[in-house]
Design a protein. Sequence first.
Lengths: 192, 176
Amino acid sequence: MMEPRSDLELVQEVRNGRRQAFTELMRRYQQRVYWVARRIVGSHDEADDVVQEAFVKAYLALGDFRGDSSFFTWLYRIAVNLSLNAVRKRQVMNYLHESELLSRILPSSDDPGRDVEQQETESALERAVARLPEKQKAVFVMRYYDEMTYEEIGRVLKTSIGGLKANYFHALRKVQEYMRNENERGEESTHR
Amino acid sequence: MKMKEEKNPLTDEAERELVGELKNLAGEPAGQARRGPQDPYWANLIVRTNDRIDRATSPRALSISWAARVAIPGVVAIVSFLVALHYYVPGDVQTQASVTDVLRTLPVSSVDSLLVDPSRADPSLSVADVAPDVFVFSSDQIADYLSTHGSVRAAIDGLNDREPSDLLTALGSDDN
């Protein structure tokens, strides 16, 4: 049985003009890229767009990939940056199109762009994560869901480990507080 | 010690504790969310991404990309430079005043004196320093001058009738 080729071998093949090798890299990492994007942007549609954009960007910039970090870390960094950009763009759009109706529908949400239906179907944890500031959100997603080490996260976000720990600590506290409030609210409504 | 704790509030143990509590609250294991896309989505995602790569690497897309990144900013920069160069007006240039210009601002008399004898251009001198009788000399001064610089014969010839006898009296000598 043939041994699977390493990421670097595949990257080299792509550089040599074998496009199929890039498809192999996509197959390998599309789900992880999708989930990190999904958890940062908070919606499937946007995550879908971010994943495609991340792979296109990676393909076009493959010549600049020096191999200082692993291919996945490099790709992950592209995806996280694109996701954060998508969140920022949405915030700008929301700010510009903020309507009275929308603010009445979502009075307590920090992110009024997310529709009501989505709010109903997603878990409380996802809602809590959606409320985090972007940096804390990115760190939380990488650490809590992907269980990455601080060193790996540091390579992706180019931030010191001390800073990442502080971000993660604040994120955990905020999410925990939100979850407690949600649970209490749920218990109250059950008793009624 | 307290400072250090505040700077790094999350020890490994505290982190494990917080994450454990959170997992209990969330009631679900950390990992991928419950409602993920199904298998066909992933296969389709590869196809769509490949299409997007094709579009991004097509000659037309590359031309547009090149134009957007290089050509247009380059042309704008060159045009801006030329326009700026065309309308550039230098600020007030501080030129050094020439000696001639400075001299022209002085009174004619000062200029003359400077040109005749620059050593006399002492700023501490003033008109008050010049005595009104500066050109009035006593006879002794004239006699001294003539005895030093002129001939004795000329000095004696210049005496009037009475002055020779006065001179002799002063010298304690007789007429003969």
